[in-house]
Design a protein around this ligand. Structure first.
Ligand code: SAM
Length: 176
């Protein structure tokens, strides 16, 4: 499983963006998002509702102290930052450790220790943009586009792809 860690969440300012990070993580093949900063049950509930409707087992968990969390992570820790090494240069080296990988994205200000605590600091271009965009591109390159074919068989709602308009079907979900 690939996990994502969103650092430094602020309830008022980041509620949309952190939700977007979680939704990108889920849609692009990660299994879990951890977050630090301020605890925000609204985000946890919003993502839970999306999972209930659209399926899968994606979860969100709050982390009080990021330092021991990063230090004790057993897999590879990849921090996405505009200051890091170019994605194209490191992605092949990273692929074998995809399972158990923690992909870290920052918020407004990222402390220098995050760079030191990570196994890799990776840039998705060396220009400033967004944690949601950096995460989407990174997960796509990591999985070589395979995440675009993910489906969630237990979903209550499913989209029927169509050239125009919106087609959504409601499925009968049988409880185990
Ligand atoms: N000024 C902040 C800093 O100290 O690094 C960056 C803030 S940026 C709005 C929020 C997050 O988006 C970053 O921490 C990083 O995870 C991600 N991000 C933004 N641009 C990126 C890039 N070019 N490559 C990789 N990640 C990026």
């Amino acid at each position: 499983m690939i996990a994502v860690f969103r650092l430094g969440h602020r309830v008022e300012r980041d509620k949309r963006l952190t939700t977007h990070v979680a939704l990108v993580a889920r849609a692009f093949g990660a299994g879990k998002m951890f977050y630090s900063g301020e605890r925000d049950t609204t985000i946890e509930n919003t993502v839970e509702k999306v999972v209930r409707k659209w399926g899968g087992g994606f979860t969100v968990e709050y982390v009080g102290n990021w330092r021991p969390f990063l230090r004790n992570w057993e897999g590879t820790v990849v921090h996405l930052t505009m200051y890091g090494l170019p994605l194209k240069e490191v992605i092949e080296e990273l692929r074998p450790s995809m399972d158990g990988m923690l992909v870290v994205v920052g918020g407004m200000k990222v402390e220098p220790d995050v760079f030191k605590a990570s196994d890799y600091n990776v840039a998705v271009t060396n220009q400033p943009h967004s944690e949601a965009a950096a995460l989407a591109v990174f997960l796509d390159w990591l999985q070589q586009g395979r995440e675009l074919e993910i489906s969630f068989p237990d979903a209550e709602l499913a989209v029927i792809p169509s050239a125009r308009g919106k087609k959504v079907v409601r499925r009968q979900v049988t409880q185990a």
